[in-house]
Design a protein around this ligand. Structure first.
Ligand SMILES: [Zn+2]
Ligand SMILES: [Zn+2]
Length: 211
């Protein structure tokens, strides 16, 4: 087994509920591929979520994301377009950004499967509660960065893992479609591999890259 992010074979096995690997180099934690749930099951699970504007907590989550990750670091007035990558069934964040005057494309492999981003580059790509679902994060990063303009932004929300000691009781991994977990060191490695700067990180769930 090799690390999904850095390719190292220096992996610690965490045998808890499911089998996970913890990379000793980039510190990513990922589930054993044999334990990944089927795609049909995954879609059902997303549909069960109340991911729409009626759910106040869900809207709040994106308002916080905009207030903390986007607004302090990016002048939306200077951007021409954005992409919400993995928006789910109710593209709340895309709607919120659009209401601030940004034209936002929506893509989701299950709910908005048209590859609207082909032949397009963006000033801002947002990807919230998506990175933890990637079975091949490097491939997804290759795709995302290939659609970023020079000087543009990739804003990500995914919960940083608490370290192997506290992983067993960590709620975020209970969702069976959550299969890969990052921390600051993992994102530093990703930034350096993809030639990105890290503009902001709260070391908890938000990270903002600049191309
Ligand atoms: Zn690694
Ligand atoms: Zn998720």
């Amino acid at each position: 087994m090799e690390c999904k992010i850095c390719g190292s074979s220096d992996l610690e096995v965490l045998n808890i509920q499911n089998k996970y690997y913890h990379c000793q180099q980039c510190e990513v934690i990922f589930i054993d591929p044999a334990e990944i749930v089927e795609q049909s099951e995954e879609k059902e699970r997303y549909e069960g979520h109340d991911n729409n504007h009626q759910n106040e907590g869900y809207v709040r989550m994106f308002k916080d994301f905009i207030a903390e990750v986007i607004k302090p670091h990016i002048n939306l007035d200077e951007l021409n377009n954005g992409l919400e990558f993995g928006c789910g069934p109710g593209p709340v964040l895309a709607d919120l950004l659009q209401s601030q005057g940004l034209k936002v494309d929506r893509y989701d492999p299950y709910f908005f499967p048209e590859k609207v981003f082909s032949n397009k580059n963006y000033d801002l790509i947002t990807s919230t509660e998506v990175f933890e679902h990637f079975s091949d994060p490097v491939k997804e990063m290759e795709l995302l960065t290939s659609h970023l303009k020079e000087g543009s932004y990739l804003a990500v929300m995914t919960s940083f893992h608490p370290g192997p000691e506290d992983f067993e009781d960590w709620w975020y991994k209970w969702d069976p479609t959550h299969i890969v977990f990052y921390n600051q060191k993992t994102f530093n490695k990703i930034a350096s591999d993809f030639d990105l700067d890290i503009v902001y990180s709260d070391q908890e769930k938000y990270i903002l890259f600049k191309a």
